[in-house]
Ligand binder design. Structure first.
Ligand code: C5P
Length: 211
């Protein structure tokens, strides 16, 4: 079974993806890490994330087994990731790895922005996870505070909106709900309720019921 999960930042998609992978015994790929790793490589080399040549070279030379997730979650890398992700050749360079991950014999769970539309359009189950920008900003603030970072909620909200806009308006694989994706709004759901709702969708699809 291939489960494709898309949605904006802090919608809950990453946590839902991890929990679904665990529940169904499937390998999981957080595809945002790939774009983050490209962004970090470009920044570390002292280059600008909107320099397509540098970003494409970084994407081509990426080793997805060597990710330091903590270093990839900083605000600077987050912002730069959505810039490199808008470069079509960067997306192309990361495509084969993601498709191979999706089509491995065991099945897989992938989460990102274009999984149901571009990477795994034939996925068995597609989820599109959303939540209000205010709730997403609050979640991000709590997450960053738990890591000991001092953050301004209004700034976080502005960052999220800017990133949403960039991810949704770009011409290469924009963030958009696939026509056959199931919408799950987690605005008023705690994580366990959101997970249960996701499982209900997966089970409904698996048992062939129409939703
Ligand atoms: O999911 P995450 O917030 O870690 O993703 C970081 C950035 O990577 C996103 O803002 C988006 O621009 C990009 N991304 C993408 N396609 C994906 C996954 C992430 O464009 N499949």
């Amino acid at each position: 079974m291939i489960i494709a999960i898309d949605g904006p930042a802090a919608s809950g998609k990453g946590t839902i993806a991890r929990h679904l992978a665990q529940a169904y015994g499937l390998p999981h790929l957080d595809t945002g890490l790939l774009y983050r790793a490209v962004a970090k490589a470009v920044l570390d080399a002292g280059h600008s994330p909107d320099d397509a040549g540098d970003a494409v070279a970084a994407a081509a030379g990426l080793d997805p087994k060597k990710f330091d997730e903590t270093a990839l979650k900083t605000q600077k890398v987050t912002e730069a990731a959505s810039v490199v992700a808008a470069i079509p050749q960067v997306r192309e360079a990361l495509m084969n790895y993601q498709r191979a991950f999706a089509t491995q014999p065991s099945g897989a769970v992938l989460d990102g922005r274009d999984i149901g539309t571009v990477i795994a359009p034939g996925a068995d189950v597609k989820l599109f996870i959303v939540a209000s920008p205010q709730v997403r900003a609050r979640r991000r603030v709590l997450e960053l505070q738990a890591r000991g970072e001092h953050v301004d909620e209004q700034e976080i909200l502005a960052d999220l909106r800017r990133r949403d806009e960039r991810d949704s308006r770009r011409s290469a694989a924009p963030l958009v709900q696939a026509p056959d994706a199931h919408l799950l709004d987690t605005t008023h759901l705690a994580i366990d309720a959101a997970f249960r709702a996701a499982v209900a969708i997966v089970e409904a699809v698996r048992t062939g019921r129409k939703r």
